[in-house]
Structure formats: structure tokens, C-alpha cells
Design a protein around this ligand. Structure first.
Ligand code: HAM
Length: 431
């Protein structure tokens, strides 16, 4: 049986997979501009790029993100490869970066390492505005520093980046999830509380309350929210080290004038966090209002088989960030510098050679391959927004000259065909 049955004489349009999208020219320029600003700032803050695979062994995500999380339970694209090994399209980047850090012993020379990566992630969530099944993240991780000051640095980085990208109206929400010393006491108190309100919880939370009680804290169902108003706060259970750490984080954020709110219900959807967690939220995004999220994950490196090295990081939702930025995609759209309008067989061949040479010289040049009239070629130059039109016919070619027309001022000058590409490059650069 062929895997792809041939549909005879039937032509059908194959559409995108639900929750996936194309980023088309016209929009992609904005993505490039945002990425350029983010990359520069990441490099300025000392992060080095790391590129990790799109697929990993399923076990890596199950063990790091947590078996009882929504992501691992129901959102991963997992399938056996041809040999039956279970592999998963990455739902996030942190687990892979930790794996690479351990596998290549990147801690051996110096445990302090800062990495960033940008790329697509995959989660089979219910698609809606701001929530896709393939989405993009700008991800940053810092290894080897225990101090809460680096958590502050990450939040400061995010706020700085968002302000450079003219994103307004965002606020940092922060919480501390304690450590393995103090969190179990909170979990016990929370579980007792959840038993007392179990008749008011949604079916999802009834299931979660035994397996992963913390997740009930950020359930968005109104009846659960109401039931949780009097829930115990993790902040009342922090041990002295965690409390000190969180106080330092808050004090330093204030010092740096980073606006933030403490949100005791911010537990995040991944299980590896400890101590400070944070989200940058933007009300204008609606239901999917987190544009970035992250926090400290001190136990993960050792849990995945590496040494006991602390770590912290964040991921920005690239799709949501492009929705929020005040930058205008149109301003980044690259128009041709010159449209070569040729009339006649010889001129068309010369024009073709010039266009190749222009490209090689970093000048964006276009021409018409369809043998259109001069009038329609000029219309095409206009439509493309070309800055100049270079007009040449066979007669001019014989006289070794062409006409260069400024499409805005309509001014025309005669240019020599000898050294033409260099000459025009000079005019364009000088402008
Ligand atoms: P996360 O909160 O799952 O964290 O994702 C980070 C950001 O990715 C979210 O705030 C959101 O902007 C974006 N995002 C998540 N899911 C979707 C989706 N389905 N569609 C569009 N955007 C989405 C993490 O992934 C952690 N690995 C962050 C981290 C790094 N923690 C420590 N280091």
C-alpha cells in the first residue's frame, strides 16, 4: 500500500496544518527587525548563541518539564521514528540547552555560561489568537550563578528589550516557588485546602489536586478562581534563604525602577522551577497575555545527570512580541534601489547582466523578463517602489549611454554604460 495514495485527476489545495502559520513577505521584515534588536541586546548582555535540534528523545522533555504538566500530558508532538524510538518535536528550548550543557561538559572550564537561542517550538494546544501549535521563542539561559541578582538581570533585560521595541503597557509579575526544603510544607497545606474546596473545583483541577496541586493555583476557570481566594500563599512558607533571596530580587527590581507586581498564584506550566519565577504580561494581548516567562531552575542540571549547578532563564513568545511592538512592518520592507527598464533584445541582455552585477554589489535591482512596453515597465518600477529607473534601448546601447531617472523627483540624467554599475552604486550610496 503506498503511503500517499494517488488521487487520480483530482486537484485539491493542500492547506496549512491547523495552528501552524506562514510568515509572509510584508510581515517577515518585522520579525527580522525584532530579531535583530533582540540578538544585539542579548550579545550586549553577554549571551552566546547556541543552536539545538528541533527534535529530542521524548524522555528529555518528560523528565524535565514534568510528567504531570499539560505540556507533557497532552500537548507534545510525539511519535516513534522508523526504528520505534520515541521522539518529540521540542515544546520548549530549556531542556535541550540543559542537555547540551551536560552532554558537551560546557561547565568544565567555567560553570558560568550564558546562552540564547531563537526558533520554533511545538505544542498541540487549542489554537486561538496568540496561541499557535508552531510558535517561536527567543530563549535565554544563565548557568552557574546562584544569586537572585541574575534573575533581576533577566527581568531587567526583558523590560529593556520591550522598551526598545516600543512595547508599552507590560508589567513583570513575579513569585517565588521556594526550594525543595520549604515547598513540601506548602504543598501539604495547599493539598489540605484543596480537599476543603474540592466541590467547587473544575474537573481538571480535581484531577490536578492530587497529582500536581500547584497547578490549581493558576487555573483560569472562574469558579476555581473564586474557590482559591483564601488558598494559602507560598510566600508564607518560604524558608529563610528563599525569603532572603526573594527580598533581594524585589529590592533590586525597585532600585532599577522595573515595574512589577508580586503574584502569589504565578506557578508557571513547567515543573522544573524553584525560587523566583516571572512572567511579563501585556493586558492588550487578551487571554494569552504572557509575552515572556521564566525563572530559576536550580535542580534541573543535576536531575538530568549533570553536576549540581544552578540555572535560570526565560523565553519570549516571538509571535506575541511582534503583535505588541510599536514598530511598523512597512518601514522595514526593502524596496528595489533600481529598476532596469530595457527595450530591445540587446538591451535586455545587457540589463540582465547589470542586474546580476548590481546584486553582487549590494544594490537591489529588478527587471522585467516579459518584454513589456516601456510604459508598463515604468508602471512596474512605480509599483515596486524602486528609487531609480535605469532606462536603456538598443539605440542608446549603441551610443553607450543610458538614462537614470529618480522616481520621486522625476529628474533624469544621462549615464555612461562604461563603468555603469560602479557609477550607479556611487550615486545610490551618496544619497
Ligand atoms: P513558557 O511560559 O511555556 O516558558 O513559554 C514562554 C512564552 O512562550 C510564553 O510566555 C508565550 O509568550 C510563548 N508561548 C508559549 N506557548 C505558546 C503558544 N502555544 N503560542 C504562542 N506563544 C506561546 C517556557 O517555554 C520556558 N522554557 C521558559 C524558560 C526558559 N524558563 C527558564 N528558561
Amino acid at each position: 500500500m503506498p503511503i500517499y495514495p494517488k488521487k487520480e485527476r483530482q486537484i485539491f489545495m493542500i492547506q496549512l496544518i491547523r495552528g501552524f502559520k506562514d510568515i509572509l513577505p510584508g510581515e517577515v521584515e518585522l520579525w527580522q527587525a525584532v530579531e535583530k534588536v533582540a540578538r544585539q541586546l542579548l550579545e550586549d548582555f553577554g549571551f552566546k548563541e547556541i543552536r539545538i535540534p528541533i527534535m529530542e528523545r521524548t524522555e528529555l522533555f518528560a523528565r524535565s518539564i514534568g510528567e504531570d504538566t499539560d505540556i507533557v500530558e497532552k500537548e507534545m508532538y510525539t511519535f516513534p521514528d522508523r526504528k520505534g524510538d520515541l521522539i518529540t518535536l521540542r515544546p520548549e528550548a530549556t531542556a535541550s540547552i540543559v542537555r547540551a550543557y551536560i552532554q558537551h561538559r560546557l561547565y568544565a572550564k567555567d560553570p558560568v555560561q550564558k546562552f540564547y537561542t531563537i526558533g520554533p517550538m511545538f505544542r498541540r494546544e487549542r489554537p486561538q489568537k496568540g496561541r499557535y501549535r508552531q510558535f517561536y521563542q527567543i530563549n535565554a539561559e544563565i548557568f552557574g550563578v546562584q544569586s537572585g541578582l541574575v534573575d533581576v538581570q533577566l527581568i531587567f533585560f526583558l523590560v529593556t528589550l520591550f522598551s526598545r521595541l516600543q512595547v508599552s503597557d507590560v508589567k513583570a509579575h513575579i513569585n517565588s516557588l521556594g526550594c525543595p526544603k520549604c515547598r513540601p510544607k506548602f504543598k501539604t497545606a495547599l493539598s489540605e485546602f484543596l480537599e476543603s474546596v474540592s466541590d467547587k473545583l473544575c474537573s481538571n483541577c480535581i484531577r490536578r489536586k492530587d497529582r500536581n496541586p500547584l497547578r490549581v493555583l493558576d487555573c483560569k476557570v472562574p469558579s476555581c478562581r473564586e474557590a482559591m481566594v483564601k488558598a494559602p500563599s507560598i510566600l508564607d512558607f518560604l524558608c529563610s534563604e528563599c525569603k532572603e533571596d526573594f527580598d533581594e530580587v524585589k529590592n533590586m527590581l525597585e532600585k532599577l525602577r522595573v515595574p512589577f507586581v508580586v503574584d502569589k498564584n504565578l506557578v508557571r506550566g513547567l515543573d522544573y522551577y524553584a525560587r523566583t519565577t516571572f512572567e511579563i504580561q501585556a493586558e492588550s494581548l487578551g487571554a494569552q497575555n504572557a509575552v515572556a516567562g521564566g525563572g530559576r531552575y536550580d535542580g534541573l542540571v543535576s536531575e538530568l545527570g549533570g553536576p549540581d549547578i544552578p540555572a535560570t532563564g526565560f523565553a519570549i513568545g516571538f509571535d506575541r512580541l511582534t503583535e505588541l511592538t510599536g514598530l511598523d512592518a512597512k518601514q522595514f520592507y526593502q524596496k528595489p534601489d533600481v529598476f532596469v527598464a530595457a527595450l530591445g533584445g540587446q538591451s535586455r541582455l545587457a540589463a540582465f547582466e547589470w542586474v546580476c552585477a548590481f546584486g553582487n554589489q549590494g544594490i537591489r535591482a529588478e527587471l522585467d523578463f516579459g518584454g513589456k512596453s516601456l510604459k508598463s515597465q515604468m508602471k512596474q518600477a512605480d509599483r515596486l517602489g524602486a528609487r531609480y529607473a535605469l532606462i536603456v534601448g538598443d539605440d542608446e546601447l549603441a551610443k553607450r549611454e543610458a538614462v537614470l531617472r529618480n522616481m520621486q523627483t522625476k529628474e533624469q540624467i544621462s549615464v555612461s554604460i562604461d563603468g555603469l554599475v560602479e557609477n550607479i552604486k556611487g550615486i545610490i550610496i551618496a544619497e
